[in-house]
Write a protein that binds this ligand. Sequence first.
Ligand code: GDP
Length: 300
Amino acid sequence: MVLADLGRKLNSALSNLNKSPVVDEKVLDELLKEITKALLESDVNVKLVQTLKKQVKAKVKPALESTDKSKEGQRKSIIQKAIFDELVQLVDPGVEPYKPKKGHPNVIMAVGLQGNGKTTTCTKLAVHYQKRGFKCCIVCADTFRAGAFDQTRQSATKAKVHFYGSYTETDPVAIASEGVAKFKKERFEVIIVDTSGRHRQESELFEEMKQIQAAVKPDMTVLVLDASIGQAAEAQSRAFKESADFGAIIVTKMDGHAKGGGAISAVAATKTPIIFLGVGEHLNDLDRFSPEPFISQLLG
Ligand code: GDP
């Protein structure tokens, strides 16, 4: 079920509550059943869904116990608020992501498996910050994939963003260090380091990420996660968290047929905030993410 469908189902459950002349335990159970079903169909982790259900029940218990009929409307708004707050909790780990500062060389390192949209997202990020007055650039430290540097070169050129990389150097740590050092000297303010997303062995990929992290000391490491991988997002984000401790997540391909719930579960599994959503293949298709507006929009 795609995200828009999830929104529709949640809305329909809430409007059934609104229409109900009485609000009692039975009505609440029916509502929670519909909400739970919709979330599970969207790939949200079953434990998270159970927690949401338990929390809503605990929050609305005192209101339901009151037998005062005149408070029916009040009971409805207490339930609606509890559901809204718990949905926000699903996407809010309560951690503030790093915010680039003007006049400072903010180093952002992007990690994630090949195909997740890392290279595209690096350019989108550069465009985003460039529009906000930051002097931006990209370092291509992916020496594993043939054509990686060409892809960076093409998209960075299109976006009028400075870039650094090499056709001959095979050591990604050396490229990352040299590129970041060069751009720091030239007083760039957002220096984005794109890394490899594939290796002969997964352990080699993680080892390389650690080495690049140690070399460039990023202010923020971002995991780029493809929404269309569904429930696999959780295991993938855990594996990356153990090796390249990232402080933010960007979920890509939210414009497609992605269910989105897997990515939401990755937030909880790694206690890391989502900062942007990729919503298309174009360089401007990057939406800022914050929990409350996201849930408000989802509920229409
Ligand atoms: P990388 O291997 O992780 O660097 O992935 P790429 O940046 O090369 O992207 C892989 C594919 O996903 C490309 O065809 C991109 O155009 C596409 N892509 C990336 N982000 C998005 C997005 O937000 N929405 C859509 N629809 N496609 C995306």
